[in-house]
Design a protein around this ligand. Structure first.
Ligand code: DLZ
Length: 162
């Protein structure tokens, strides 16, 4: 189904577990900060909306999306977090090695999910142009940061149940 007319951040708040006892790590890429810092704000706001206190959210910055995996690994190794969110933005029209960066980070995050007992969430926009990224970073298609936060809460709760 096409996402053209959908706000991907719409969800039923009542179905989201309470996050007040959960600790989150966020790794944010500082490439395309106009986008990634909006994703960060969306993620922080959503975690707090569902009960997470600021002291239970640690944010670290990396230069680009390719480095998200390494940043997430640093956090995973500390065994302190209930979920780790990776936030980044890769824009195809402006990035000759778009495919390499996207594959690198998606494979890297998959590996972390297999290796560590903490869910690592893929909050990386991979868009054709800047407008599509703006539309998904607080624009007409919602905010991928909100979605990453909701996914992180759900996955942390699932991991605690198991
Ligand atoms: C080099 C590069 C380029 C051209 N484009 C992007 C991008 O659109 N989004 C992003 O997050 N990072 C980009 N980078 C930086 C790489 O992710 C990485 O930081 C460098 O290749 C150094 O490893």
């Amino acid at each position: 189904m096409s996402s053209k007319k959908i706000n991907l951040s719409s969800y039923n708040s009542d179905l989201i577990p309470d996050a007040s006892q959960l600790k989150f790590g966020i790794v944010v890429s500082d490439w395309n900060t106009e986008i990634t810092h909006s994703l960060l704000k969306g993620a922080m706001d959503t975690l707090k909306k569902h009960g997470s206190g600021e002291k239970n959210i640690e944010v670290i910055h990396v230069p680009g999306s390719f480095e998200l995996t390494f940043g997430a690994r640093l956090l995973a190794e500390r065994e302190e977090f209930d979920a780790i969110l990776c936030l980044g933005c890769v824009i195809q029209g402006e990035t000759p090695h778009f495919d390499y960066i996207c594959q690198g980070v998606s494979h890297g995050i998959t590996e972390l999910n297999l290796e560590y007992d903490v869910p690592v969430i893929f909050g990386v926009l991979t868009t054709g142009n800047m407008q599509q990224a703006l539309d998904r970073a607080g624009g007409k298609h919602g905010n991928k940061g909100d979605e990453a936060a909701i996914t992180a809460i759900k996955m942390a709760a699932l991991n605690q149940e198991s």
